[in-house]
Design a protein around this ligand. Structure first.
Ligand SMILES: [Zn+2]
Length: 267
């Protein structure tokens, strides 16, 4: 596992000298550089970027073995494509969701009751999975991927509708992913927000290290977490798959998603 920080900072002479003193040479001006937490200068750099309030985007790279050995893995999108329709004024929410429990301040609580509508067939390119913009807790696949991979393991699919004609699209279906009852073992220092309007809790996206494991091992090969993630008005449940499903997706070289191992906490 490699934890990588992509740091952006406006570098003046003073900052340039401070960085140089810990062995990091950069130009002046708006600078972006990447550093791994195993780098000898990281421990010295960490308090500096915190004091400067630098932009710090954290990602984690896992080894093939770490992915292979995980019992469960979070499935994350490699791309976002298209917008649910109608896209004006978030009209898709009222068309495709029951909003009785929905809070527009934090984005938690909408429940899908009708098919998602799109402007037309997705432009898949060479990919097999897609995630839409705005809806970060659903996956869409080509129908042949659903038949080959998901139907045999009991995962349903929902039609996706052409917004203009009202007819089902031919090259895309939505995976019908259920929410698990099991809580995640999230560490106490994981940042979260409590909604000022509805009081519900939403975690910031977890990008450093593995994803948390479940309290109770799930019975489904693919499920949504009951916990919400996101910031501002965006809220989504993470999608977690079994090692077996991960292996099948990897063996078929299906594109459009990547994986983060879930780690069972020992304490
Ligand atoms: Zn709320």
């Amino acid at each position: 596992m490699q934890i990588i920080h992509r740091i952006s900072e406006r570098v003046d002479g003073q900052i340039q000298n401070q960085l140089s003193e810990i062995g990091i040479e950069v130009e002046r001006g708006l600078v972006t550089f990447e550093i791994d937490e195993s780098h000898p200068s990281w421990k010295k750099l960490e308090p500096m970027i915190s004091a400067w309030r630098s932009v710090d985007i954290v990602t984690t790279k896992f080894t093939a073995n770490e992915l292979k050995n995980a019992t469960y893995l979070r499935m994350a999108p490699r791309w976002h494509h298209g917008y649910p329709q109608p896209d004006g004024d978030f009209g898709y929410r009222t068309v495709s969701y029951n909003l009785a429990n929905f809070c527009s301040t934090c984005g938690i609580g909408k429940r899908q009751t009708s098919p998602i509508r799109l402007k037309g067939e997705p432009k898949w390119g060479r990919r097999h999975f897609l995630q839409l913009n705005w809806i970060f807790d659903e996956y869409f696949v080509r129908p042949e991927v659903w038949e080959d991979l998901f139907e045999p393991i009991g995962v349903g699919c929902l039609p996706v509708v052409d917004h203009r004609t009202g007819k089902d699209l031919r090259t895309v279906v939505q995976l019908d992913i259920m929410k698990t009852e099991s809580a995640l073992q999230i560490s106490d220092d994981q940042p979260f927000d409590t909604c000022t309007h509805c009081g519900r809790k939403k975690y910031r996206a977890i990008t450093r290290g593995p994803f948390p494991s479940f309290d109770v091992t799930p019975t489904s090969p693919i499920q949504k977490t009951k916990e919400y993630f996101g910031s501002g008005g965006s809220a989504w449940n993470a999608i977690v798959v079994s090692s077996d499903l991960f292996r099948q997706i990897s063996d078929r070289k299906l594109k459009g998603v990547h994986f983060i191992p879930c780690d069972r906490m020992t304490s």
